[in-house]
Ligand binder design. Sequence first.
Ligand code: GDP
Ligand code: MG
Ligand code: ZN
Ligand code: ZN
Length: 423
Amino acid sequence: MAEILCPYCFKKFKTAEVMLQCQNEATQLKQNSENEFTKVPVCPTEDDTKFSDHWGTHVKTKHIFAPNFGFREKMGLKSIQGKPCDKCGTLSQRFVCPHCHNWLPTEMIEKGSQIISVIGGPQSGKTNYIVALVHQLLKYRAKLGLTVTLQQVGRNKAEHTDEIYKAMKKIIFDDHMAVPKTQVRAGQQPIPWIIRLESTTTKKAVYLVFYDTAGERFDDASSVEELKYFRESEACIVVFDTLAIPRIKRILASKDIDVFGEAFDYKYTWTTLKNFEEANKWLKLTKKPFAFVFTKFDVVIANQESLNCDVSDFTDDDGRFTNSSFIKTGKFSLKQVDLANKAIADYLHADDVWDEDSLASDIWDKWKENGHFFGVSALGSMTDSTLSIQTEKDEVVPIRVMDPLIWILHKLGGFGIPLEGGK
Ligand SMILES: Nc1nc2c(ncn2[C@@H]2O[C@H](COP(=O)(O)OP(=O)(O)O)[C@@H](O)[C@H]2O)c(=O)[nH]1
Ligand SMILES: [Mg+2]
Ligand SMILES: [Zn+2]
Ligand SMILES: [Zn+2]
């Protein structure tokens, strides 16, 4: 029987252990002690410790109950169905996690869930990257042979992935602005983005899950949060802020090139991951595909001379940052991503380029062919001090943002990703 990994609490449960939540919104008139008639819910809300504990606020929720599944449903011989509420009898089809009581997509319950996580330090460009990634996936999904569904679950409509995405997409692609820093919601659990990807040919599906945390969560106490993503995910996209590499930071500052954004210690995420991997060899983390993504790569292209960076593997004859060849050909080029991977490893190794030898060596020694470096630009060009994107065209074109994900799908296998020079 399928095991479900909850994208909210990252705990696992078996399909038959899923709970249901009453969906009965009907009210009835009831006479109170003063002989007045008032409207009350037919099936009232209740104190919900699990849900309250997850979100850190005391809330009442609609009644949650253990469904009475039939033998065939329990054995996985038949897909599970909604059941009547054990209090009011109304048919309920809202499946919730038995551990944290959050509402989960029905397809996740029916078909199981595998998760690819996106993680990275504060200000590394995660939010802008995920918006650009989703934008490009929706645009090129036919070429990829994928259906891309932004999930519509959450405590309210404003938390649905498609709603969050719509608002942010407008900022980048209509207003040509970088999405501003994620607001800190002190002491609150962040809301996950949940995106379902399904192969139109093989029907294999995976969920891309992203927590848009404000960086402040990434202190020592919250590294535990990161660890569960590393541990439970099928693959990870680890976001590194290129502009936080000390040597790049120093050179740009000395040349008065302002890149408008605070740079944090980008190696924090890496240190957490490295220590965890070394302490938990049995988890075989290095057998999972890990894409190490250097964001804001447009800055490297625009300042290639100052930064002493040979970017010829990323540019055309005019020195412009070229996009994934797959966008034109419809075939994913392993050659193109291999060249980018090697070029970035070379930058990291060279003390007169990025000067981060041990980072490159550690990643390659550990992950070998399961680790890959990528250079991407969510915005396609640099921003000015108002976060306005300095695009030369009248549109914003993200560059190479899909490569890490397509590479991961190719490594996981079974998604029917069309390859250049094969299949
Ligand atoms: N030049 C450039 N700057 C970027 C890009 N993506 C993000 N930034 C800058 O980096 C800042 C932080 O990005 P954000 O996505 O909020 O990072 P997060 O904190 O990891 O979610 C933004 O405000 C932009 O100034 C990019 O593709 N190119
Ligand atoms: Mg953010
Ligand atoms: Zn849960
Ligand atoms: Zn009910």
